[in-house]
Design a protein around this ligand. Sequence first.
Ligand code: SF4
Ligand code: SF4
Length: 187
Amino acid sequence: MTKRTLFDLAKAKSARPPAPSPSRGGGAVAPEFWRTKTLAQMNEAEWEALCDGCGKCCVISLEDADTGVLYRTDVACKVFDTATCGCSDYPNRKKKAPDCVKLTPKNVPKLDWLPPTCAYRLVAEGRDLYWWHYLISGDRESVHIAQASARNKTRPEGRLKIPGLMKRIVDWPEPLAEPPTQPRKKR
Ligand code: SF4
Ligand code: SF4
């Protein structure tokens, strides 16, 4: 089987960080809400707080239409800013990237292209967050230190079509299983 045959019917997919849902209202963030609430039970503040900022949902994956196997590329949505690891124009994202998908409690369990480390996916699967999530570590840099983010690891989509994207399939690094030990200070 050639590459071309394999990917003939392939679809490019990229997921997007969640958008606030006005129907949930604001609300305070309850302690350890991700362990006690389902996605549907979270208020808007909790829903937004759940995102770890990894940016991996803005990276394009290719799906083999025959087998359903996903291949992750190092190409990000054209609106993604790899240096800040975030959307460069969130309010206008749908205009700039019409296929940008808004995450909801209903669609998260169905979006197989969300990275397995995505906090929404983890909660939907009844799992706990990883050590690097800032809600656990208290540090928003942890996700980058753990190599669990897309920061500075992507190139923009530009005019790449499927054949060009196929050349950009990469193995993303496995996130660190635990925090790196700090080098001892010299006395
Ligand atoms: S946790 Fe990461 S993958 Fe999930 S929505 Fe936030 S940025 Fe995207
Ligand atoms: S438009 Fe923004 S939020 Fe949507 S995929 Fe692109 S970078 Fe991510």
